[in-house]
Design a protein around this ligand. Sequence first.
Ligand code: XMP
Length: 326
Amino acid sequence: NWTTGNILEEQVERIRKQVGDARVICGLSGGVDSAVAAALVQRAVGDQLTCVFVDHGLLREGEAEQVERDFVAATGVKLYVANEQERFLSALAGVSDPETKRKIIGREFIRAFEEAELAIIAEAAAHGEKIKFLVQGTLYPDVVESGGGEGAANIKSHHNVGGLPEDLQFELVEPLRALFKDEVRAVGAQLGLPQEIVGRQPFPGPGLGIRIVGEVTKERLDLLRKADAIARAELTAAGLDNEVWQMPVVLLADVRSVGVMGDGRTYGHPIVLRPVSSEDAMTADWSRLPYELLARISNRITNEVEGVNRVVLDVTSKPPGTIEWE
Ligand code: XMP
């Protein structure tokens, strides 16, 4: 029976005990979990922590800036940024299969992260110090779904749990391992993180790469980012952020349908809205969003996003559907 207050105090104490005066490294994904994990460790051991942000170019509109600017401002954390958009695009070129995409993104992420690590290790060595610990923002449901829990099947290769390098030379610090998402948000708010980060919907590690059904290209990413930003802005404007657990916006890049715009025929791609309600992402139901809101999102996306001529709503629960399409 934890309250937020004693979760925070207890984790800060634990981290201090585990880490001592060693140096720590933490990857920031842009999501709430890694942000809260990093902020907890920062609270516990201050400048012994260095954060790494690998910008893979698969984030949503505004998210990279929120990490590089707002998170740093709120926590005062030391941040190392690796701009790797080109690397991920070339690694993903020509690939459509969902699990292959996940594996490529996971692999490139680890490589890019390791390169960043080397730079930080070298910097620490120059001060006669060593990096001993790595922070992971693993939550309880991740542990269960990736097969770490009792009798759980491995459904998708989640890259924040299953994708650690085999020759891991760090000890892990996992301050969120026993927590559910709502507890993580409460701790984040208590740590003074901005609402845009704390209130953020869960977002998969492979990012928009698994929300494009088909090959991932720069143009498709830009298109999906626009549609996603519209859907999110309208959901927020309707005051319904707390009614949905998350709302993936998916581009069916391999599908085209006929439409009409003005006097002309169009042949464009559909965008899928996938709003779900859930407690922990292990099961989910599709959210009954107001028709007026759906109409506004649909009108805006089809008018404002070139190449999209249809918006469809996913009305499948989990199971049998998963929350993400890939
Ligand atoms: P599914 O699609 O399996 O998703 O119903 C369950 C929850 O997990 C998120 N998700 C991921 N999170 N790395 C993550 O950190 C991943 O590879 C990944 N794949 C899915 C998804 O957004 C949902 O919240």
